[in-house]
Design a protein around this ligand. Structure first.
Ligand SMILES: C[S@@+](CC[C@H](N)C(=O)[O-])C[C@H]1O[C@@H](n2cnc3c(N)ncnc32)[C@H](O)[C@@H]1O
Length: 266
């Protein structure tokens, strides 16, 4: 892996304003679906111990805690931890400041270690995966949600933009959605995701979420439809994405330790 030495080693100052969530229906639906899937996968073991790494404001960790799991969030930015505490002071989820590549927990201590939309921000995603394997119980699972920059949407978007630029349309000064963001250290796609387990973890299952997210005109098209119709279109593409993670907008991969029984056995 090449590390960009111009960048600080770790991003300790991530702020909520660094996160730009879309407001069109395709964005609203995908964020909800990712979060719901992560919460379901994290709480598969009733009353289990769950760690959400790079949890941001801890929104997901707090939902998992509501399901009766002992839940911890690990996060590098004090601002994100503070904001989460401010928004939901009553939550039973605990949050600790720590770096994903060196987690301050003993071996075999969690049933589920999850990481949503953050691994591509890490300096060393593989180091995090080794840490996740170390602190996961022998029959536990590591669950990773990562944006796919080789989705149908990204591939089509890239082609459409190149065509527009070739015919003389102006290049926008802002980042196009199919380009890797500044604060990402890697470009998420299936080959990268498959490489994540190394010797420490085995891929147990993989699913995709949503298709065509952010593609030119798709979000505004859904916005013009009545809610029920828009939901049906989105659900149809999402069902396809679940079986074709390599083409989907977001990939959720579930990992087990070598020697642990494969899914669905738990
Ligand atoms: C895009 S946000 C996602 C937050 C949350 N998981 C969610 O889905 O809302 C990425 C988060 O990763 C955190 N982060 C970046 N590098 C980190 C590292 N090496 N260790 C721990 N957290 C890190 C940032 O502070 C930020 O809160």
């Amino acid at each position: 892996m090449t590390i960009d030495t111009q960048k600080p080693a770790f991003d300790l100052d991530y702020a909520i304003t660094d996160f730009i969530a879309g407001t069109t229906r395709d964005s609203v639906y995908i964020y909800q679906a990712i979060e719901d899937t992560m919460v379901d996968l994290a709480s598969e073991v009733p009353g289990g111990r769950v760690l959400d790494v790079a949890c941001g404001t801890g929104k997901v960790a707090m939902r998992i805690a509501e399901r009766g799991c002992f839940t911890l969030g690990a996060e590098a930015s004090m601002e994100m931890i503070g904001l989460g505490r401010y928004v939901q002071p009553e939550s039973r989820a605990l949050m600790v400041r720590s770096i994903a590549e060196e987690l301050p927990f003993p071996d075999d201590s969690f049933d589920r270690v999850i990481c949503q939309g953050s691994l591509d921000h890490f300096v060393d995603g593989h180091a995090f995966m080794r840490e996740a394997a170390r602190i996961t119980k022998p029959n536990g699972r590591v669950v990773i949600a990562l944006a796919n920059f080789e989705s149908v949407s990204c591939r089509l978007g890239r082609r459409i933009d190149r065509f527009r630029w070739r015919i003389g349309r102006p290049r926008p000064s802002w980042r196009r959605y199919w380009q890797t963001p500044e604060d990402h250290n890697v470009r998420g796609d299936m080959p990268y995701i498959r490489s994540l387990g190394g010797d420490a973890l085995v891929l147990d299952r993989c699913t995709g979420i949503s298709m065509l997210w952010l593609l030119f005109g798709y979000g505004t098209f859904l916005d013009r439809l009545p809610e029920g119709v828009a939901r049906t279109v989105w659900n149809g593409l999402d069902r396809l994405a679940r079986h074709r993670p390599q083409h989907s907008d977001m990939v959720i991969s579930v990992w087990r330790k070598p020697g642990a029984p494969a899914w669905p056995a738990r």
